[in-house]
Design a protein around this ligand. Structure first.
Ligand code: ADP
Ligand code: ADP
Length: 229
């Protein structure tokens, strides 16, 4: 079956209708770029997939786990889908290595030694293994975001969600984070990326989905989306 499936999803914030009949099927290995104006619901859509937001109606199925409000389903989905935020969300008083081993120990029940080996592997994977003992504030924004990616990978997710991962970065650091994402894409990771980086979209996306006013307005392969007029 598909990796991620959303059927007729409706999301409200109070009286505000944030997602309107969202239907989206993401197959294994597929890379989706979500774009559209600010406030169109992109962040809400991917947050619903990870159950960071609850929906009013409709259905979300992630790697066979049907999302409902049971903690068991939520835990299963969060182990399956990693998320990277605009603001790296690292624990400031923990080292890079500690940031990466906490969830694998608590959620995957790895021993400290196994969690540390996993963390070192993925920190190397994002080319930041030499920063393992530093604190987040000692790193550049680009390095912190790569740590956040490594931390998500330590859960060995089947899919990754990116919510404007380069928007908070100084321009010179955008490329190192995009390069990391391209490399993950080339490894076959299933990805949904909210980003304004259209070069990345062109390079990596199988489909570009354009949202407006809580709806999926248009979706296309990038070659059509980026066709010059
Ligand atoms: P609910 O109906 O579930 O209580 P609300 O719409 O009342 O949801 O808002 C939930 C939370 O989100 C509240 O803490 C509110 O202050 C906050 N909030 C409200 N509007 C916005 C917004 N536009 N962006 C971000 N947060 C908001
Ligand atoms: P985008 O990612 O496309 O910028 P969002 O998904 O962040 O859009 O937000 C969609 C709409 O929902 C916006 O109008 C925003 O103000 C509103 N919204 C987002 N979070 C909340 C919240 N917690 N409470 C109330 N409204 C919210």
């Amino acid at each position: 079956g598909p990796m991620i499936e959303m059927r007729q999803v409706e999301k409200y914030y109070g009286a505000f209708h944030a997602l309107k009949s969202i239907d989206l099927t993401v197959t294994k290995g597929e890379k989706i770029v979500l774009c559209g104006p600010s406030g169109s619901g992109k962040s809400t859509l991917i947050r619903c997939i990870n159950h960071l937001e609850t929906i009013k109606s409709g259905e979300i199925v992630v790697a066979g786990h049907r999302l409902n409000d049971s903690q068991k389903a939520v835990d299963a989905v969060r182990q399956t889908v990693g998320m990277v935020f605009q603001q790296f969300n690292l624990f400031p008083h923990r080292t890079v290595l500690e940031n990466c081993i906490l969830a694998p120990m608590r959620v995957r029940k790895l021993s400290r030694a196994d969690a540390e080996a996993t963390a070192r592997k993925y920190l190397e994977r994002v080319r930041i293994g030499d920063q393992a003992n530093k604190y987040p504030a000692q790193l550049s924004g680009g390095q912190q975001q790569r740590v956040a990616i490594a931390r998500a990978l330590c859960m060995e997710p089947k899919a990754m969600l990116f919510d404007e991962p380069t928007s908070a970065l100084d321009p010179e650091m955008v490329k190192e984070v995009l390069d990391t994402m391209v490399s993950l894409a080339q490894d076959g990771m299933t990805m949904i990326c909210v980003t304004h980086e259209m070069g990345f979209a062109h390079q990596v996306a199988d489909r570009v989905i354009f949202m407006a006013d809580g709806r999926i307005l248009e979706e296309n392969v990038p070659s059509i989306f980026f066709k010059s007029p």
